[in-house]
Design a binder for this molecule. Structure first.
Ligand code: HEC
Ligand code: HEC
Length: 289
């Protein structure tokens, strides 16, 4: 009896060890596979292995050794550094829920994110940055299984006109942008105080009066892209299913009237005597009660 159970135990141990060894091999090879990831931007090819030491020098303090956004300095800063393990990114040219393109990540690293501690990395060489893109990707296994989304089409920008700005304003009301961004676009809508990001941390909507710069780029087409693809990981949704391309431009023009710089749109709005929309939170002017 005793020898039989000993034999069984040995067989069991061998199976267990084989399984553990196999599992170890698999995780090892998945890490290896991820370190073989590349990034392609124009004619440049980036390699995760080459990006690794650059990341360790410049990015690790915020984004952490595991790329989970838990670097040593993360506790001091708000908004928090991005967690790369879920591969969820704000600034994409691709539809909500999909992976960004390598070019998207490359542009973000070069641009930095305004209103946050993420600096721009233009002092690094183009090759450093493309190698960093590959290394940032290596933190998430999604890049082994999924392809980047297909960038949305952005039609040629029309001329801003008074009619377009008025349509844009109607859309801002109809699509309830004001619920988060506020009736005047000051980032103080009725939902503003309740918003949280994907990791359950409080997050504020953008205040259009504050700045002429946006996180994901300042040009008109970049703003267009923001609300057509959404800022994934934040409560800022994608409106591509509710907004036609032409209307999206109208919305861009209206948002420009709210910003501090003296744009063409702002001048048109002044001539029109455009008033901020009435929010549902405010009672009607002649409320009998
Ligand atoms: C001082 C801290 C800090 C350092 C250093 C830093 N980052 Fe960041 N990074 C951040 C913060 C904070 C965010 C998120 C900002 C936000 O949500 O507005 C971020 C976001 C990002 C994003 C996500 C952008 C998106 O679309 O969601 C990428 C990619 C990124 N960083 C790459 C890098 C790389 C590569 C380096 C090193 C060259 C680096 N970061 C160094 C703080 C830092
Ligand atoms: C549910 C709340 C919510 C709604 C509704 C909403 N937004 Fe946002 N929006 C946000 C938040 C939160 C941010 C900031 C995200 C961040 O900082 O990561 C934001 C950011 C933005 C930005 C700045 C992006 C950048 O690159 O910095 C633009 C532009 C914008 N929203 C436009 C709109 C428009 C236009 C609408 C309506 C069609 C809208 N938003 C509706 C929550 C919302």
């Amino acid at each position: 009896m005793r020898t039989r159970s000993a034999t069984r135990l040995t067989i069991f141990a061998v199976i267990l060890l084989t399984a553990l060894y196999g599992w170890g091999q698999e995780t090892q090879s998945s890490e290896d596979q991820r370190l073989n990831l590349e990034a392609h931007v124009g004619k440049m090819t980036g390699q995760a292995r080459v990006g690794q030491p650059i990341y360790k020098r410049f990015c690790i303090g915020c984004h952490g050794p595991l790329g989970d956004g838990q670097g040593e300095n993360a506790q001091w800063i708000d908004p928090k550094p991005r967690n790369f393990t879920t591969a969820t990114f704000r600034c994409r040219s691709t539809p909500t829920g999909t992976l960004p393109t390598d070019q998207d990540l490359y542009d973000t690293i070069g641009r930095g994110l305004v209103n946050s501690n993420m600096p721009h990395w233009l002092p690094l060489t183009n090759h450093d940055r493309v190698n960093l893109v590959a290394y940032v990707k290596h933190f998430s296994p999604r890049w082994l299984k999924e392809k980047s989304g297909t960038p949305i089409e952005i039609p040629k920008e029309p001329e801003p006109t008074a009619d377009r700005i008025k349509v844009g304003q109607t859309l801002y009301q109809k699509l309830e942008c004001w619920k988060c961004h506020g009736v005047e676009g000051r980032g103080n809508g009725p939902s503003a105080d309740t918003l949280t990001d994907d990791e359950n941390r409080p997050i504020r909507p953008f205040n259009f009066h504050d700045s002429e710069k946006f996180k994901c780029g300042t040009a008109d087409w970049q703003m267009y892209k923001d609300f057509m693809t959404g800022l994934d990981g934040s409560p800022m949704p994608s409106f591509v299913d509710n907004v036609k391309p032409d209307e999206a431009w109208d919305l861009v023009f209206y948002l420009r009237t709210l910003q501090p710089m003296n744009s063409k749109e702002k001048q048109i709005a002044k001539q029109l005597g455009l008033k901020p929309i009435a929010g549902a939170a405010q009672p009607p002017a002649n409320n009998p009660q």
